[in-house]
Ligand binder design. Structure first.
Ligand SMILES: [Zn+2]
Length: 145
């Protein structure tokens, strides 16, 4: 990753390998179905550090909703898509992802506590990492670095 452009909108594509009940901080405790969860976030600076933090399982303070999810041993980040903040903001991208066939919102407000654009969630469930999802990302100009 370029050192000059260390900011961006990102999507974590996370596999949950089996049905899992998890406490997500103050949001509550939820039953998560196995499948794929797409998390949309942004970093105005230190994007590479943020992504390293997401990948780290151990010795991490659980702060964001996504930390509680990724802390579980049954989750694995399968892919990360990165977009220029000049192309999208995270809410626009979230809305586009929600419109992909098969998208479901399982936990309202997940990752969207600070969202001012009225997103139901920044965390979107897909039963599979389907051709629809892959096609969606290949049609966008992601991984812009
Ligand atoms: Zn939003």
């Amino acid at each position: 990753m370029s050192m000059q452009i260390d900011s961006g909108i990102y999507v974590l594509i996370i596999q949950l390998k089996k049905n899992t009940r998890l406490k997500i901080g103050k949001l509550g405790t939820f039953n998560f179905k196995k499948g794929y969860y797409l998390y949309v976030g942004s970093a105005l600076k230190n994007l590479s550090k943020r992504l390293e933090r997401h990948k780290k399982k151990k010795n991490k303070n659980l702060y964001w909703h996504i930390d509680f999810f990724l802390n579980d041993m049954n989750t694995e980040i399968k892919d990360i898509k990165i977009f220029s903040p000049e192309v999208f903001n995270e809410c626009e991208l979230t809305k586009k992802i929600i419109s992909i066939p098969g998208a479901k919102i399982k936990v309202k407000s997940f990752g969207a506590s600070d969202c001012k654009k009225g997103c139901k969630s920044h965390f979107i469930f897909f039963k599979e990492y389907s051709a629809n999802v892959k096609e969606f990302f290949s049609n966008l100009n992601c991984n812009f670095q």
